[in-house]
Ligand binder design. Structure first.
Ligand code: GYE
Length: 330
């Protein structure tokens, strides 16, 4: 208690010494005595869930950077259910948070709740995934990757690898969560590139919901139905890793008998790439936290922010994965 009082006195002195701009806040979140009120920003963050290694790294990035930026974060995990995300957003509106950020599990069905936030004068930032609302005034900005581009990169690698192949190339696809922006866009970007050459045949395509367990289950079924699979394109590493178990279980060699392309480049995926079980990974960075906090501060300060902030990303071959692994952050 004493310690706490002393800390508050110290902050008060500091605030006065600095001219009392109203910015100073004690470590524990107690407001400075001068400057008129608490200037701590409160952010409500409605996360998709904990479905993948990517998501775990993304959550960590958001939580750590909120702390570093002095933003009070209210965090909820929707367990991949849209209704849970809508509930969380409504509760943030009720709590009168300063700003709401969320990663929409699917693209459609957000207009009503976004209108409620707008009516309550609470700005919204989309992170990671997009919504299909035609009214762009419902959110301030969208921070995240270009998923169509990721799908194209996956397709381009395939086109190069099979440049001299004259026969059919049989591809199976493990899609992400049905209706999600990354599943829709990674599918269409890939299809656009491989569609230029009729030898590329997608013989099966199904959702594995971005999880390892589902990836394995669906790949098991693919292997039973199709004895002639040449390539697996998985919309994320986790589904690819689940599929590797299925392929090994079926007595085939992943990376050799069946070539594998995935998206994300989380550590486990990179390890499998370095081990020769995956052939190519398109990177999708989950480290969106620092940029998100920056954008939130700008929006609340009334500064204009770009409508779209695209994350910078690369791709990895097996050799590149070996080099990158020791310093990989996630
Ligand atoms: O690729 C996948 C996760 O929305 C970019 O969601 C994200 C995707 C990511 O579950 O692993």
């Amino acid at each position: 208690m004493f310690k706490k009082i002393m800390a508050l006195v110290a902050v008060g002195v500091l605030a006065t010494a600095c001219g009392g701009g109203g910015e100073t806040t004690a470590e524990g979140g107690a407001p400075a005595s001068s400057g008129g009120g608490d200037s701590t920003i409160t952010m409500g963050f409605a996360q998709v869930g904990a479905e993948s290694g990517w998501r775990t790294a993304n959550t960590k990035s958001v939580q750590e950077s909120a702390k570093a930026a002095g933003i009070d974060l209210k965090f909820s995990d929707a367990q991949q259910k849209q209704e849970n995300q809508i509930k969380a957003i409504r509760s943030y509106i009720q709590q009168k948070v300063d700003i709401i950020a969320f990663s929409p599990v699917v693209e459609s069905g957000w207009d009503t709740v976004l209108q409620e936030a707008k009516a309550a004068n609470i700005p919204v930032i989309l992170t990671d995934r997009a919504v299909d609302s035609p009214d762009k005034t419902l959110y301030k900005t969208f921070l995240g990757s270009d998923f169509v581009e990721e799908g194209k990169k996956a397709g381009q690698w395939l086109v190069e690898q099979y440049a001299s192949e004259t026969g059919d190339v049989n591809i199976v696809e493990l899609q992400g969560t049905t209706g999600s922006a990354p599943a829709n866009d990674r599918k269409s970007g890939f299809a656009e590139v491989i569609g230029a050459d009729p030898k590329f045949k997608v013989i099966a395509s199904q959702s594995g919901d971005f999880t390892r367990a589902k990836g394995k289950e669906v790949m098991d079924a693919f292997l039973k139905a199709h004895p002639d699979i040449d390539v697996l394109y998985a919309h994320n590493d986790d589904m690819g890793l689940g599929a590797i178990e299925a392929i090994e279980g079926a007595g085939k060699v992943p990376g050799k008998d069946i070539k594998i392309i995935t998206v994300d480049a989380v550590k486990d995926g990179m390890q499998a790439l370095a081990d020769g079980k995956i052939n190519y990974i398109v990177e999708c960075s989950p480290l969106l936290g620092p940029q998100l906090m920056d954008l939130a501060k700008k929006v609340l300060a009334g500064e204009t922010v770009p409508d779209r902030v695209v994350t910078e990303e690369t791709t990895f071959t097996q050799e590149q994965a070996k080099q990158a692994l020791p310093t990989r952050q996630y």
